[in-house]
Design a protein around this ligand. Structure first.
Ligand SMILES: Nc1ncnc2c1ncn2[C@@H]1O[C@H](COP(=O)(O)OP(=O)(O)OP(=O)(O)O)[C@@H](O)[C@H]1O
Ligand SMILES: [Mg+2]
Length: 348
């Protein structure tokens, strides 16, 4: 029992703006949230999915685990942004034993990185365009970026036990809360600070996952330039909109202009997916991430696809004695990937 307890997972989601840590219990038929903490990411320590300063990230992780008083040491974390690439490929149907060899060769054509510097994984999809071929989801992670995660986690005194992909963890969170939705095609969007994960789940399977390099930081940078203020002021103005009138009147127009840029990028990825072979019409889109709170953004995305907010706690038990409703409302848009990771089991 003791050994089993020690193997329980500590979820870690490192982002460009915030670091999230979560602890869940899935031992009974319903998962329970035991702990959840969020801290600002130290300046210049993470961008676009890459850890730039492992020591600074380790210190933030340590501060969070002290605050949460967690004893768990086995971390599940996820790669995002430019650290990882997921691509659906079609290959001639072959014996599954031969796939690892075959994908190395295939990957050279599809992955724009040096094949000797990436870790390759794959999943065979249930769908395939014809009986003679098979569809795979190819996952390529940049080794150097993986090492930086391992470095930060071990410097924090923890073990990196599960290394996931941010979009897959998002899909895991979605499935735990909304079920399998047989026969439907749904999209998920996690709009962070410097990247937006887009995932498509088609009839129970993740068939598409891509990180688009846009997010809340686009707004901050555009406000900074447009209002000629510091980054800190721009961020504060952005967060004040819709709450009070501290931001200059021009801010709203600048936000709306950035929303056009951000939604155009997201639409391009929807179009890319919909134009690919074997895609199906997306019926609904579930949106999360800190920047999904931007005034007017979801309304704009609604013109591309019907959107609703993803609730990472919909089916997760959250004890009101441990978490106030106010806290849960504050963290809801930031927690999806951490919840999806926290539901993973050792051996996954
Ligand atoms: N109320 C709000 N209105 C607009 N933007 C917000 C609001 N609250 C937070 N944000 C933005 O959300 C972003 C942080 O969200 P999140 O924590 O999901 O990103 P991250 O995971 O750190 O980044 P990434 O996944 O891109 O590495 C920041 O850009 C922040 O400015
Ligand atoms: Mg994020």
């Amino acid at each position: 029992m003791f050994l089993f307890d020690k193997k329980k997972i500590l979820a870690l989601d490192v982002g460009a703006a915030t670091v999230k840590i979560a602890e869940l219990d899935s031992s009974r038929n319903r998962s329970t949230l035991l702990a959840l903490g969020i801290a600002p990411t130290p300046a210049n320590s993470f961008a676009g999915g890459e850890i730039l300063n492992p020591q600074a990230i380790a210190e933030t992780i340590q501060a969070l685990i002290q605050q949460l008083k967690t004893k768990r040491t086995h971390v599940a974390t996820a790669l995002s942004g430019t650290s990882v690439m997921v691509k659906r490929i079609t290959i001639p149907r072959i014996d599954t034993k031969l796939i690892p060899e075959q994908i190395r060769w295939e990957a050279e054509q599809y992955i724009p990185y040096d094949i000797n510097e990436v870790n390759l994984e794959y999943e065979v999809l249930k769908t395939s365009p014809s009986p003679e071929s098979m569809d795979l989801l190819l996952v390529a992670a940049i080794q150097g970026h993986v090492f930086k995660y391992a470095e930060a986690i071990s410097a924090a005194g923890l073990n990196c036990t599960i290394l996931d992909v941010s979009g897959f963890a998002l899909a895991n969170c979605f499935k735990a809360n909304y079920g399998e939705l047989d026969g439907q095609s749904v999209a998920l969007l996690n709009i962070g600070a410097t990247s937006t994960s887009m995932v498509v789940i088609d009839n129970r399977e993740v068939v598409f996952a891509r990180d688009i390099p846009v997010g809340g930081m686009n707004y901050t940078v555009d406000l900074q330039k447009g209002l000629n203020v510091s980054q800190e002021e721009a961020e504060a103005f952005k967060l004040s909109i819709g709450k009070d009138k501290t931001a200059p009147v021009e801010a709203e127009g600048l936000i709306n202009a950035t929303t056009e840029v951000v939604s155009d990028e997201i639409k391009a990825s929807f179009d890319f997916y919909l134009n690919s072979a074997s895609s199906h019409t997306i019926s609904r889109c579930f949106v999360t991430g800190g920047a999904s709170r931007t005034v007017g953004l979801i309304e704009r995305l609604n013109q591309i696809v019907p959107c609703e907010k993803l609730d990472p706690f919909l089916k997760i038990k959250v004890d009101p004695k441990t978490f106030s409703q106010n806290y849960i409302d504050q963290v809801r848009d930031f927690a999806a990937v951490a919840v999806g990771l926290g539901l993973r089991q050792v051996g996954d």
